[in-house]
Design a protein around this ligand. Structure first.
Ligand SMILES: [Zn+2]
Length: 89
């Protein structure tokens, strides 16, 4: 399941997500993960930062361990994945 489908299934309002850069650097992804207030779905602690394309541009999405698609329980580093491109540094 991709992130956009996950958000849609949970009825998350994409308009309330923070605008994101089109091509974020790893530093931006990491810094923003620290700023995310909680999982976009349930509000739990964010494990991963994602960027999704919306009608009004790319938006940041934070997801917890439960809602991060395909996440492994032993994963400790932020997962940097997204439809607009992944940046690993
Ligand atoms: Zn969650």
């Amino acid at each position: 399941m991709d992130v956009e489908r996950l958000l849609h299934r949970h009825g998350v309002d994409l308009a309330r997500l923070d605008p994101a850069p089109h091509v974020p650097t790893w530093q931006e992804m990491r810094d923003h993960l620290a700023l995310l207030t909680g999982c976009a779905v349930c509000g739990d602690t964010c494990l991963s930062a994602w960027i999704v394309d919306t009608e009004s541009g790319p938006r940041w999405v934070g997801l917890c361990q439960i809602h991060t698609p395909g996440v492994l329980s032993e994963l400790v580093a932020p997962a940097v994945l997204g439809k607009t491109g992944a940046v690993h540094g």
